[in-house]
Design a protein. Structure first.
Length: 277
């Protein structure tokens, strides 16, 4: 699928290469703010509307981004809870929940400002996952051969249309145990790309992702592990390195975590029983 026209732009640049100066047009990934606004019934105040988050993102898949963010923050648990969802021209997504939708309003007490580089800053403890109701994964029988896993980076590269244009986007991919990638999302923020993927899965009624794996084009951070856990996905594979807290989360919650994946090697940090030779 070709990237949307508002996801990239151009800029004239001066290139210095091998001692030679030249002028050319470069293609850039767009980074713009998106506000997510939520409407819901407050037992004390009645119908209430409030801004939940402002995230710096690449335009495209904005509705899925909003859905994935709300799901991963335990504000939304199913697509059927939504009455309407729409996007206005001023970079705002409005999500209206049914009056019967139930969630913890304390989840809204924190104003989220999400950067494209680090996600929601400050959420960095395993204890916060326990208080949000996360529990360890059980073994649902998901298995994938290592040989198929090592073919994923090459398969992903052929589907990173926006990265091919700009060189400036992260990608997140959903794949089956047969090694086939079924969806790819891209964004300047790795956490946004993950939210977009989870949002699409929510719309398509694929959650929980007990029989899938997720591949990320960069490193595996704590936040990406948390979003993988929220989707109840047993396997996160990173082409880059994991962080120490990502490894701790994988160990605590029985997730399989793989890093430094390429055609020739990978590091298995936890949950190797889901990978077959």
């Amino acid at each position: 699928m070709s990237p949307s026209s508002d996801s990239h732009t151009t800029s004239r640049v001066i290139r210095w290469q091998d001692g030679q100066r030249s002028e050319l047009v470069d293609t850039l990934a767009v980074e713009e703010p998106l506000e997510i606004r939520l409407g819901y019934r407050d037992p004390r105040k009645g119908r209430t509307h409030r801004s939940v988050a402002i995230t710096m993102r690449t335009p495209g898949d904005d509705l899925a981004l909003a859905l994935g963010f709300l799901f991963n923050e335990s504000i939304l648990d199913r697509y059927a809870a939504i009455q309407t969802i729409e996007q206005s021209a001023d970079n705002v997504v409005r999500v209206e929940l049914h009056d019967t939708a139930v969630f913890d309003p304390l989840r809204l007490e924190r104003n989220f400002y999400v950067t494209s580089s680090c996600g929601v800053c400050g959420k960095s403890s395993l204890e916060s996952l326990s208080t949000a109701g996360f529990v360890a994964l059980t073994d649902d029988g998901f298995r994938i051969p290592l040989a198929l896993l090592q073919e994923l980076p090459a398969q992903l590269a052929t589907q990173q249309e926006l990265f091919r244009l700009t060189g400036g986007n992260h990608a997140t991919a959903l794949f089956h145990g047969n090694g086939q990638i079924t969806r790819v999302t891209e964004d300047v923020g790795r956490h946004n790309a993950m939210d977009k993927l989870v949002g699409h899965c929510l719309q398509d009624n694929l959650l929980p992702l007990a029989q899938h794996g997720i591949l990320v084009s960069g490193r595996a951070s704590f936040e990406l592990m948390q979003k993988t856990l929220a989707a109840r996905c047993p396997l996160l594979v990173a082409i880059g390195a994991p962080s120490s807290l990502a490894v701790e989360l994988a160990q605590e919650y029985n997730l399989t975590l793989v890093g430094f994946l390429n055609r020739n090697r990978c590091n298995i940090y936890n949950g190797g029983f889901r990978l077959t030779e």
